[in-house]
Design a binder for this molecule. Structure first.
Ligand code: ADP
Length: 399
């Protein structure tokens, strides 16, 4: 019987999953992937195998949506039926957005760890409760099933204290108000695979651009995070699909004082009504903006590219120079135009862009004479989680 690792990524209205075969001495091998969407509305389930063939589909009656509890129970049941007697789920890995300062690495979950993660909910109220919901459900329904939490913040704990600090009185930092950084599983994955393409990266200075619906950039020195554009929350740094990115905090004071906006109204504006969507008035999807000839859509892309260029300069300064940059995530992997514009703007850093290589999708998109190399490498946060689960559990056995 083959052991498998189930990787879960829970959002407010969806649960994404991937199932990997866990065979010793081999990279976890993807068997199945899918998701349940619309957990509290028109819920639906879809799954594919490793060849992208559809292997499962289900819709719930709108009057009785499954919620997180019902969906995860249904998913485990479906997996049992699908796998039959040849495979069994032996461990679960969860993407958990916040590990605070205490969790600098993945951790096997027990009651005590769960209680500590619950205390971090105020730091990520929009994400952490959903991540923890699944953990609690599985702890209650299947207490012997090992679960491992993998954090979006953990990779950044290697940053120097200066990079993690705000210029506030120390009591705020002691209360947890500091820069944490996010998208860490994506950056860690890229840091592990990049040396296969670019041997200099193992010891060198790299900036990774994770450009998805959520977008951030990370300065990596010798495979460790040195600085990142996201800070206390996943709101800082680049403009994103619907988030504003870096904003003068004085704007918030102005909106509170003059427009009488309260915390909820600001949250709605900054998280859901800004970024590419807010500027374009059209969409948060880069594909739609690139296809549009509306001046506002163009402005949204211009602003996105401009802010990336500014942050690239800042992160290169934090690294004291630059050897390579890597584009990843939805926009980074698919938008040739954004990659081209960012690379051309980075010519001053010693990057010579190769138009043909970029059109062909890379992975290398710089010319031979370029001092700084540029890459397009697809990220794989779920595989990173599966690797961590295996490592965390085998370390447990040795204790
Ligand atoms: P998330 O942060 O939700 O994981 P993804 O990494 O999946 O986001 O990226 C989603 C974004 O990628 C979409 O909103 C879209 O803007 C962008 N994207 C996907 N495909 C393309 C494409 N072919 N061209 C330009 N942008 C794309």
């Amino acid at each position: 019987m083959t052991d498998t690792i189930l990787v879960l990524n829970a959002g407010s209205s969806s649960i994404k999953f991937r199932l990997y075969a866990d065979v010793p001495d081999r990279e976890p091998e993807l068997l199945l992937r899918g998701q349940v969407d619309g957990l509290y509305g028109r819920a639906s389930f879809a799954a594919k195998d490793a060849n992208d063939s559809r292997v499962g589909q289900h819709e719930w009656n709108e009057a009785s949506p499954p919620g997180h509890d019902g969906a995860v129970a249904w998913l485990l049941d479906w997996l049992r039926q699908r796998l039959g007697a040849s495979h069994r789920v032996t461990a679960v890995g969860h993407r958990v957005v916040h590990g605070g300062t205490a969790f600098a690495a993945p951790v096997r979950i027990d009651g005590d760890v769960l209680a500590r993660l619950e205390r971090l909910v105020p730091l990520a109220p929009l994400h952490q409760p959903h991540n923890l919901a699944l953990i609690k459900i599985l702890l209650a329904s299947d207490p012997d099933l090992p679960q491992v939490a993998c954090f979006d913040t953990a990779f950044h704990r290697s940053q120097p204290m200066l990079a993690q600090s705000f210029a506030l009185p120390p009591e705020y930092a002691e209360a947890g108000v500091r820069r944490y950084g996010f998208h860490g599983l994506s950056y860690e994955y890229i840091a592990t695979v990049l040396p296969q393409f670019e041997p200099r990266a193992r010891e060198g200075r790299v900036v990774v651009l994770h450009l998805g619906n959520g977008a951030s950039m990370c300065a990596i020195q010798a495979s460790h995070s040195a600085a990142s554009t996201m800070g206390f929350t996943a709101l800082d740094g680049l403009p994103m699909g619907t988030r504003c990115g870096a904003i003068d905090p004085g704007v918030l004071l102005y909106l509170m004082n003059e427009r009488k906006m309260d915390a909820r109204a600001l949250e709605r504006l900054l998280y859901h009504e800004s970024g590419l969507l807010g500027v374009s008035g059209l969409s948060n999807d880069m594909r739609m903006l690139e296809a549009s000839d509306s001046p506002r859509a163009q402005l949204a892309i211009d602003l996105f590219v401009y802010r990336i260029g500014r942050e690239l300069g800042s992160l290169a300064a934090a690294l004291g120079g630059l050897d390579a940059i890597v584009f990843t995530a939805g926009i980074g992997e698919n938008s040739k135009t954004v990659r081209e514009r960012v690379c051309r703007d980075a010519a001053w850093l010693g990057l010579e862009f190769d138009e043909q290589a970029n059109a062909a999708g890379g992975p290398r998109i710089n010319t031979e004479s370029s001092r700084v190399s540029a890459w397009m490498i697809p990220t794989d946060e779920e595989l990173m989680i599966a690797r961590h689960v295996r490592r965390a559990l085998s370390a447990d056995v040795g204790v």
